[in-house]
Ligand binder design. Structure first.
Ligand code: NAD
Length: 347
């Protein structure tokens, strides 16, 4: 019988449920788990469908789609980057994402990803630093104290053993917010009045500022030998954070070169400037840090595989936590050819 049923419900993780999930599991637990998921996917990097993200630029920002597939599951993220949003009380970055079953094409998860992006970015940064930063690093400078910053600090604490973060932002209110949010979390937090002060004694420098221009958050003379730089904020054409001379002194590690050459710090360099793919370091096909005096740079732009890993992680927690609702998103009549009949029967 042709009933009007349409039972292809899609699990949906709202912002509210994402917050509950993170609180239920604990932020640092989630960051550690995500780093493990992302690392596992980097180990099977060659089997993913990969493409630079599809970006739609405007004068004030960018809207991007980030798709990938491992042959069984397909995923994409919708994400924006609008540095001027903050002045209107809006987020610079917002996102949501979807997983689908490759065998049927049916969606199997829809999730908020504004919070999840901050978590996965921090997990990826710390995962990269685990491979590249000087052994025994304990102090990190954190330049740019906006939405991503606390996640970065806690990711490096949980995954790399950082014990001290030195904060700097051109806006002291952002630094005060970050310091307050990090209080009582087992980190020594030092608020600094200049980037020079922030990098004092730091083995790791994270830059996570937002400005749609070629900015110079770090100049060449600020970066001593042996440090690891985690450059997160420069992630679209015309938007960078580091002086070019730093890049020329550094060993540069990237997620997906085809995307990073368009969006990362290395857009400042010749298109054939050598870079090392992070997945190859993890698989033993390329070397990470080879010298205590070497400057290593993770030119992070955020790649679709990291979002895929993060969505898959969230999906794996649904049954255990029940933190989702069912979304009536797919029209799925019992007789697949009678789509029009669904309208008639609904009347
Ligand atoms: P945000 O707007 O919340 O915070 C940015 C902070 O940078 C603000 O507090 C601002 O005052 C500060 N800032 C701007 N110019 C500065 C300067 N010259 N020196 C010091 N501080 C400065 O943005 P957010 O959500 O924290 O994101 C930060 C950046 O990270 C954005 O550019 C975003 O696109 C990027 N991002 C990258 C990834 C990735 O995977 N690589 C992921 C998420 C976000």
């Amino acid at each position: 019988m042709n009933t009007p049923s349409h039972q292809a419900y899609v699990p949906f993780v709202s912002v509210d449920n994402m917050l509950k999930l993170v609180l239920h599991l604990g932020v640092e637990r989630v960051l550690i788990d995500l780093a493990a998921e992302i690392e596992a996917d980097f180990h099977r990097w060659p089997l993913f469908d990969k493409t630079p993200r599809v970006a739609s630029h405007s004068d004030v920002g960018v809207i991007e789609l980030m798709p990938t597939s491992d042959g069984e599951t397909y995923g994409f993220k919708y994400v924006n980057g609008h540095p001027s949003n903050m002045k209107q009380g809006l987020q610079t970055v917002t996102a949501f994402g979807l997983l689908a079953d490759v065998a049927t094409g049916y969606p199997v998860l829809l999730s908020e990803m504004t919070i999840l992006t901050a978590l996965r970015t921090a997990a990826t940064s710390a995962m990269a630093a685990k491979w590249l930063a000087p052994a025994g690093s304990t102090v990190m400078a954190l330049i740019g104290n906006g939405a991503q910053s606390e996640f970065q600090a806690l990711g490096f604490k949980a995954i790399c053993g950082i014990t001290e973060v030195r904060l700097y932002d051109i806006d002291p209110e952002a630094t005060a917010k970050c310091a307050a949010n990090l209080a009582g979390r087992g980190l020594k937090v030092v608020s600094c009045g200049s980037p020079e002060d922030a990098i004092l004694g730091a083995q790791i420098i994270t830059t996570v500022t937002a400005d749609k221009q070629y900015a110079t958050i770090l100049t060449d003379n600020m970066v001593g030998s042996g440090v690891h730089i985690n450059a997160v904020g420069g992630d679209c054409p015309g938007k960078t954070e580091l002086h070019k001379d730093i890049l020329l002194r550094a060993s540069i590690f990237v997620e997906y070169p085809e995307q990073t050459r368009i969006e990362g710090e290395i857009q400042q360099l010749a298109p054939d400037h050598p870079v090392i793919e992070l997945w190859q370091v993890m698989n033993g096909q390329a070397k990470g840090r080879t010298d205590a005096r070497e400057i290593t740079l993770f030119d992070s732009v955020g790649f679709a595989v990291e979002d895929f890993s993060a969505l898959r992680y969230v999906r794996s927690k649904l049954a255990e936590t029940g933190l989702f609702t069912q979304l009536d998103m797919i029209a799925d009549p019992d007789d697949p050819r009678d789509l029009f009949g669904m309208i008639l029967r609904a009347g």
